[in-house]
Design a protein around this ligand. Structure first.
Ligand code: SF4
Length: 307
């Protein structure tokens, strides 16, 4: 995301810290072999596609709106030309993805169609801002809030690094709210909502935000804020479905313990200097489902047959 301050990596480097992120944990959980390819062998095959392009452009645009909304007046936020900002952000992402001259990842029609969806989503969010972002109750801690937190659990030279999309704090209470923005086609279905590794993103944020700022985990709420590009509406509906799905997975003691166990398994591959232990075997994904969107699929980097 362009709103991101990448100086955190320099800081980690200057402190002699290796870093791991939720994305690494997520990748390792679905296919240890692909994690090894990407983060140890450093074989990077950039992901490109309209969903990624739109997702990051939307993030940047909406975060810009929220910054003004919370730190200045609602009038000033509403005066922003969000459609123009979204258009510029999409163009910027397009240029980044097409810098090697390959534009086959999208088409002009697809870009226009996603842009118009973005216009509808932003209009909806502007109309419903008070419902989702109660300015009288919350103040903005930040957008793209960087986290660099050493993991002390026997691993001295390893730290987690993350950027939190939106963090709010109660004005008259100790509670913090961490919001992760997602873009989707028509919202998340049950299997996505129930997937533990997906939910772990918020548990990861909760644990390390609490640790960095010395806040009790009990005072941190987390949620996915999923915006839908399309909503299903038919004439007979008396209630018009909204464009936002808010998902607050459980994050009590039992869930956090389960997360610690899973994340702990990932951390076991590092030694006390944050280096990968020698002699480990990094298996390929146990389910072919994990291969669906893998960049190594059908390349010289993975010989797994995917039909
Ligand atoms: S194609 Fe499948 S098995 Fe091969 S690296 Fe990707 S996820 Fe792993």
């Amino acid at each position: 995301m362009s709103n991101r301050d990448n100086s955190i990596y320099k800081e980690a480097n200057s402190r002699g810290l290796k870093t791991v992120s939720y994305s690494q944990f997520n990748l390792f959980s679905s296919c240890p072999y692909s994690w090894y390819k990407q983060y140890v062998e450093k074989i990077r095959i950039d992901s490109k596609g309209i969903d990624m392009l739109f997702g990051s452009a939307f993030h940047d645009t909406f975060q810009t709106y929220l910054q003004i909304y919370f730190t200045k007046t609602i009038r000033e936020a509403d005066a922003l030309d969000l459609n123009k900002i979204l258009n510029e952000n999409m163009l910027k992402r397009f240029k980044e993805m097409a810098k090697d001259g390959d534009t086959s990842f999208t088409t002009k029609d697809e870009l226009s169609s996603y842009f118009l969806d973005g216009v509808d989503i932003l209009a909806y969010l502007k109309r419903n801002k008070q419902k989702y972002f109660d300015k009288s109750k919350y103040e903005l801690v930040g957008t793209e809030v960087p986290l660099l937190v050493p993991i002390d659990e026997g691993i001295n030279k390893l730290a987690i690094v993350s950027f939190l999309d939106v963090v709010l704090k109660e004005k008259s209470g100790p509670n913090h709210l961490i919001i992760d923005l997602k873009t989707s086609y028509m919202g998340w279905k049950k299997n996505k909502k129930n997937d533990f590794i997906t939910k772990s993103q918020l548990l990861f944020y909760k644990k390390y935000y609490a640790k960095l700022f010395n806040i009790s985990e009990k005072n941190i709420t987390t949620k996915f804020f999923v915006v839908k590009r399309k909503v299903f509406i038919n004439e007979s509906m008396t209630f018009k479905p909204g464009r936002v799905q808010q998902i607050e997975p459980a994050s009590g003691t039992t869930t956090m313990k389960k997360f610690d166990e899973l994340f702990g398994k990932f951390l076991k591959i590092f030694d006390e200097n944050g280096q990968i232990k020698s002699g480990l075997i990094f298996n390929k994904a146990s389910s072919k489902k994990a291969c669906t969107y893998c960049n190594y699929k059908n390349t010289i980097h993975c010989d797994r047959k995917n039909k």
